[in-house]
Design a protein around this ligand. Structure first.
Ligand SMILES: Cc1ncc(COP(=O)(O)O)c(C=O)c1O
Length: 370
């Protein structure tokens, strides 16, 4: 019997990320103009590096308690409780934002349950829901990518267990309105649906202050991450905060899966929370504006309020995949919109890159627009 016969249905249900496929194609290119990467282009700031090295050298290399080292947990929880003064708000340090999201899905989604989210969505969302045996329900937000709460509400059924929000969004950079957040929290509370807010791009708001649905309801589960904010995506650090009953289950599940977030990275996280990223965020805002100005008039797109992505429409007559294939022929790496959506009509540009790379990318894109 071939070993492939052993593979479980859940593994078959998950597709290889379309982003990885573009990376594979890009490997054949000598010096690609790479605007495909979903992570900051700057290095981990020096004090955070120093804290990680110091943790290794001072022998903080063993397991930590599942919920996270007390120093980091208490520091994060103090901030969270100040921001959201709910009596019942607990916190769990996780292995990246993905770890927190996966634990949240595992904690509440039974086979057959539904999870509603905006389309375009972060690639991992449908896969995580499938792994739990659930059904992912994407709600079309084209062409503005603004979440219309009534459309999400209309997509909910008695099987809906979770509404998953992501603001600022990957891949569109759209920032959700406060009114939409309020309406959805009220609805979720009334219908006993868990509202999960993925706030990994919280630091990257350019035109408005960061807001959260957790401001309006103590039942909201928030997942936050360190990777994008401090350029440490490979270090795998995130945290979840929300009602004690949900955090307790997620903690139990972490004990039997990820065990704990990497120990040295938790110590580095303590240095990261003290690091001021204002300058970095201002630079990314400038890059957003540079890219938008460079593409204006040639492509249709919404000016994103956050994250570090632009999600333009492919010029008429081509799918996102066809456009990206042609871009690769021009030495440019971007991601087809179909990777994040039921539709393949757009493409994602990451402007987390040097200005030189951005200028080269704009030149190619303008040539491709005809
Ligand atoms: C919206 C969103 N959520 C979660 C993640 C995963 O983050 P982490 O690397 O912290 O697991 C990403 C990474 O690209 C993302 O864009």
């Amino acid at each position: 019997m071939p070993l492939s016969d052993l593979i479980a249905d859940r593994a078959h249900a998950v597709e290889i990320s379309g982003i990885r496929k573009v990376f594979e194609l890009g490997r054949s290119l000598k010096d690609p103009i790479n605007l495909s990467i979903g992570q900051p282009h700057f290095d981990v700031p020096e004090p955070i590096q120093a804290a990680a090295i110091d943790a290794i050298r001072s022998r903080k290399n063993g397991y930590t308690v599942t919920q996270g080292i007390a120093e980091l947990r208490e520091r994060l929880l103090a901030d969270v409780r100040k921001q959201y003064p709910h009596p019942d708000r607990e916190l769990l340090v996780t292995s990246g934002t993905s770890g927190g999201l996966m634990l949240a899905v595992m904690a509440v989604v039974n086979p057959g349950d539904e999870v509603v989210a905006a389309d375009p969505y972060f690639v991992m969302y449908p896969n995580m829901v499938k792994l739990a045996g659930g059904t992912f329900v994407g709600v079309d937000t084209y062409p503005t990518f603004q979440t219309d709460p009534e459309k999400l509400i209309a997509a909910c059924t008695p099987r809906t267990k979770m509404i998953l929000l992501c603001s600022p969004s990957n891949p569109t950079g759209a920032v959700m309105s406060v009114e939409a957040m309020k309406r959805l929290t009220e609805f979720a509370r009334a219908r006993n649906i868990l509202l999960v807010s993925d706030e990994i791009y919280k630091a990257f708001h350019y035109d408005t202050a960061a807001r959260s649905p957790a401001e309006f309801d103590d039942g909201v589960l928030v997942i936050e991450g360190f990777g994008k904010t401090y350029g440490m995506t490979g270090w795998r650090l995130g945290y979840a905060h929300g009602p004690g009953a949900i955090i307790e289950q997620m903690t139990k599940l972490q004990q039997s899966t990820f065990v704990c977030a990497p120990s040295i990275v938790q110590w580095a996280g303590l240095a990261a929370v003290e690091y001021d990223v204002t300058g970095i965020v201002a630079d990314y805002k400038r890059k957003r504006d540079l890219l938008a100005a460079g593409m204006k008039g040639k492509y249709e797109f919404e000016l994103p309020g956050g994250a570090f992505y632009l999600f333009p429409k492919v010029p008429a007559g081509r799918t996102g995949t066809e456009f990206v294939t042609a871009a690769i022929d021009h030495n440019l790496l971007v991601i087809p919109g179909g990777v994040f959506s039921d539709r393949d009509t757009h493409f994602r540009i990451s402007y987390a890159a040097t200005d030189d790379t951005l200028h080269r990318g704009i030149e190619v894109l303008n040539k491709m627009a005809g």
